[in-house]
Design a protein around this ligand. Structure first.
Ligand SMILES: Cc1ncc(C[n+]2csc(CCOP(=O)(O)OP(=O)(O)O)c2C)c(N)n1
Ligand SMILES: [Mg+2]
Length: 323
């Protein structure tokens, strides 16, 4: 079968996969140095989902994200400098350092925001798709959610409304098999989460969420069909976190053999393999991409370091009323 992917396309995918990997790895270091406060939920191990789905979106499209949202933001093209500044609570951040890790949004790119409320982005995404429809735009909204998000009532309500109104929404369930320490099979009798779509008259599919090309192809098909008025659709992307729920969770409940299984299916390793085998890139070219990403990351950290702290007064401003 002919290889449909250009070297430039595969390079773009790998650069994004590696950027997310580098960003999360550096954020963990910054957290350990006390430069990031609050919670930090790394996207390590799930990179291919954000990258594959966002590669299938156009500039007119929207996304809603989750508490584990840095990858979605980066894959949508966010500026690493402003992200790093936001996460370290600096004024140059996307929300002037007021939001932090779980609240980055960028309306200019149709990124309607990460969300500290599990399932919180689902209905927002349906609203975005409805507004696009009412304005005669051909925008699609990708709603990133999680295995835990699906257990919330808002998932069923949102999916039902999107289906009843034929809205252009692509629900992307990132099934990393745990909600904190709760395995999916203990949270539901039906652990194949895409099957819920059928109950709402919606087509859904389970795919390998670590395989960036499989994610891209599935998302591209569903996005195209959403634009043709066939939406909504559901993708259940099976994946696994590299470590515990947040940076301070040792993840002792994650079985070693399971971790090992998914380590071999690391989305960055696979992405690198695609670039070399299908894109014809040399090992030197791959190393050059990685070095370039590292430099961009160093630059982002330096930029954030030089930005002024967000002060208590800054936080109180915009809350309104007398202080
Ligand atoms: C509505 C709601 N309930 C509970 C929480 C606390 N909480 C934060 S993350 C999380 C589990 C998330 O698991 P999952 O939804 O599968 O996402 P993952 O962390 O695996 O990406 C919970 C229960 C919350 N933030 N919001
Ligand atoms: Mg989960």
């Amino acid at each position: 079968m002919a290889n449909p992917y250009s070297k430039a396309f595969l390079t773009g995918l790998y650069r994004q996969l590696w950027t997310i990997r580098a960003f999360e790895t550096r954020c963990i270091q910054l957290y350990r140095q006390g430069l990031i406060r609050g919670y930090l939920h790394p996207y390590l191990g799930q990179e291919a989902i954000a990258v594959g789905v966002c590669a299938a979106l156009g500039p007119q499209d929207y996304l809603t994200s989750t508490h584990r949202g840095h990858g979605h933001c980066i894959a949508r093209g966010a500026d690493l400098r402003r992200m790093t500044a936001e996460i370290t609570g600096k004024q140059a951040g996307y929300c002037q350092g007021r939001g932090g890790s779980m609240h980055i949004a960028d309306m200019s790119q149709g990124n309607l925001g990460a969300n500290g409320i599990v399932g919180g982005g689902t209905a927002i995404g349906v609203g975005a798709a409805l507004s696009a429809r009412m304005q005669g735009k051909d925008s699609v909204c990708a709603v990133f959610t999680s295995d835990g998000g699906v257990m919330n009532g808002t998932f069923g309500e949102s999916l039902n409304l999107a289906a009843a109104w034929d809205l252009p929404v692509l629900f992307v369930i990132e099934n990393n098999q745990y909600a904190v320490s709760l395995p999916v099979r203990e949270a539901t009798r039906e652990p194949e989460l895409y099957k819920r779509a059928a109950g709402y008259g919606v087509e859904g599919r389970r795919i390998n969420g670590n395989h960036v090309l499989e994610v891209y192809e599935t998302a591209a098909e569903y996005v195209r069909r959403c634009r043709a008025g066939e939406g909504p659709f559901v993708i259940e992307a099976l994946t696994y976190r590299h470590a515990g729920h947040h940076v301070n969770d040792p993840g002792t409940y994650m079985p070693e053999d399971q971790k090992e299984h998914y380590r071999k299916m690391d989305p960055c390793l696979l992405g690198r393999q695609f670039l070399i085998e299908l894109g014809g890139a040399s090992c030197e070219e791959v190393a050059a991409i990685e070095a370039d990403v590292q430099q961009a990351m160093d630059d982002a950290v330096e930029f954030a370091r030089q930005s002024p702290e967000t002060t208590i007064e800054d936080f109180l401003e915009q809350i309104g009323g007398d202080q």
